[in-house]
Write a protein that binds this ligand. Structure first.
Ligand SMILES: C[S@@+](CC[C@H](N)C(=O)[O-])C[C@H]1O[C@@H](n2cnc3c(N)ncnc32)[C@H](O)[C@@H]1O
Length: 238
C-alpha cells in the first residue's frame, strides 16, 4: 500500500505511526505502553496493518459470509481485499488518516466510532474484530453486545483473540516512540479460552475457535437465550 499523508497532526500519534510506514524501517521503535507496566513492540503489528492480506487473513475472510463490517478497520487491508473480491463490505475507524488510506485503496470506510450509528444496523451478515480489536474500549462484553446489535439473526461475529492462558485483562495503553507519547486509552486483552464469558453477557455463543500461524480466532453467533443481562432481569438465570 502506498501511504501519501502530508497533513498529519503531530498530536495524533497513531496517524504519525501510519505515516512512518512510508519511511525505511519506520515500523521500528513504536511501542504500546501498558500503564504502570511493560511496553510491547508494535513494529510487526504496524507492518501487518499497513500491508496486504496474508493467508491467515484470507482464511478469516473465507469464513465471513455475506456483507461484512470491519470494526476498527485501520488502513483497511481486510476491507480493501473484500472490495477487490467484489464483496459487499465497509470498515469503520475513528482515525481520519486510516480511513483515508482505506478509501484511497478502494474500500468503503466510515470515519466514526463503532459505538456511533452505522448503516445497516441489525442486518450485517458478518462483523469482524480483527487484530485484537475485541480490546477496543476496554470492555469486551459491551463491545460484543454492540456487535450483536449490528448483525442479523443469522449473522456472526469473527473475533481475533489472544493466545490461550491470557485470560481477560483491561488496561490503559498509550503509543510511544522515542520521547513521543500518545494519550492513554482503554484496551482489553481476551484469551481464546476466555471469550465465552463476555460473549454470553453480550447474547452471543461461541461456535468455533481456531488457530492459524500463531493467531487465535473465534466465531460467535446470537445465543438462543439472548443476553445474560436480559435473562437475569426477568429472573430466569440460575
Ligand atoms: C489494533 S488497530 C487495528 C488495525 C486494523 N484491523 C488493520 O488491519 O489495520 C485498532 C484500530 O481500532 C481503531 N479504533 C479504536 N477505537 C475505535 C472506536 N471506538 N471506533 C472505531 N475505531 C476505533 C483505531 O483507530 C485503530 O485503527
Amino acid at each position: 500500500m502506498s501511504l501519501a499523508i502530508t497533513d498529519v497532526p503531530t498530536t495524533d500519534l497513531y496517524a504519525v505511526a501510519l505515516h512512518s510506514m512510508n519511511e525505511p524501517g519506520g515500523h521500528r521503535r513504536w511501542y504500546a505502553r501498558y500503564e504502570g507496566g511493560p511496553r510491547r513492540s508494535l513494529g510487526e503489528a504496524l507492518r501487518r496493518w499497513c500491508g496486504t492480506v496474508d493467508a491467515t487473513d484470507q482464511d478469516l475472510l473465507a469464513r465471513a459470509p455475506g456483507a461484512v463490517l470491519d470494526l476498527g478497520c485501520g488502513p483497511g487491508r481486510l476491507v480493501i481485499e473484500l472490495a477487490r473480491q467484489g464483496r459487499e463490505s465497509a470498515g469503520v475507524d475513528t482515525s481520519r488518516v486510516a480511513v483515508r488510506l482505506a478509501r484511497s485503496a478502494g474500500a468503503t470506510a466510515l470515519c466514526r466510532s463503532i459505538f456511533d450509528p452505522v448503516p445497516g444496523e441489525g442486518r450485517w451478515d458478518t462483523v469482524l474484530l480483527a487484530d485484537g480489536n475485541v480490546g477496543i474500549g476496554g470492555d469486551p462484553a459491551a463491545l460484543l453486545a454492540r456487535c450483536r446489535d449490528l448483525i442479523g439473526p443469522t449473522g456472526r461475529v469473527l473475533v481475533e483473540l489472544d493466545p490461550p492462558g491470557t485470560g481477560l485483562r483491561s488496561n490503559r495503553v498509550r503509543l510511544e516512540r522515542g520521547t513521543q507519547r500518545g494519550s492513554w486509552f482503554d484496551w482489553a486483552h481476551v484469551g481464546v479460552d476466555a471469550v465465552d464469558g463476555p460473549a454470553a453477557e453480550a447474547g452471543l455463543h461461541v461456535t468455533e475457535t481456531w488457530e492459524r500461524a500463531g493467531r487465535s480466532f473465534a466465531a460467535l453467533v446470537p445465543a438462543p437465550e439472548g443476553r445474560a443481562d436480559v435473562v437475569r432481569r426477568v429472573g430466569l438465570a440460575s
